[in-house]
Design a protein around this ligand. Sequence first.
Ligand code: ATP
Length: 235
Amino acid sequence: MSAQNSSPSLSLLNVTLDYPDGEGTITALDAVNMNVHAGEIISLIGPSGSGKSSLLAVAATLVKPTSGLIFIDGIDTQGLGDKELTALRRDKVGIIFQQPNLLASLTAAEQLIISDHLRGKSLRAAEARAAELLDVVGLADCAKKRPHQLSGGQRQRVNIARALMGDPKVLLVDEPTAALDHERSESIVRLLRKVTDEFSVATVMVTHDTEFVPLTDAVATMRDGVMTAAVPAMQ
Ligand SMILES: Nc1ncnc2c1ncn2[C@@H]1O[C@H](COP(=O)(O)OP(=O)(O)OP(=O)(O)O)[C@@H](O)[C@H]1O
């Protein structure tokens, strides 16, 4: 089944986000519409201050939009309270920031296991899932290494594996290659492509590396809070 035949895993309908700014407001998102389907990865580009991070924040339900609707896996998030939103994020959304933010004292496997354990899964199930995901991201040999024993690219791979632990429907990725050299950047975007396909997740990746856009399905551009429709990336 092609991704577009299913209903979107992430949907933003007419989403506007205003921030207070002195006497007035700044419109960080201006009537943004976006649909991302399972197995689809969309690049989000645009100049600094154009609203990319704001879009990820509202899509992650970390920031409430001023108006408009956000659906995650078909669930209308508008009427949900804080507790329900926390549960929705935990169960449906994976977030990957530029900096991996790994815990210095934990091994790669433990970084993953602790996140699943916090979800109430059994230790044994968490260990099995962690081993599976470390293998998927090419780090089966590094399960016992701590962050300082890993390269920047390897740390970002742990970060990606950790975001997948809860089997999310939506993956929101903010500048995953900002701290990496060219070769490692490309391998990280290829990995995001792979896990998007393999786990049927709907992925939005903010990036300044337009070079890697062809590895994704479509590219949307932000400018002054306005999004151009996502157009297919050149293959
Ligand atoms: N918490 C906030 N309070 C007030 N204004 C904000 C806040 N966060 C963002 N803005 C403003 O909203 C607009 C969009 O910012 P945003 O960070 O979403 O852009 P961006 O495209 O992610 O930029 P960058 O590439 O530099 O991260 C900017 O004008 C910014 O100054």
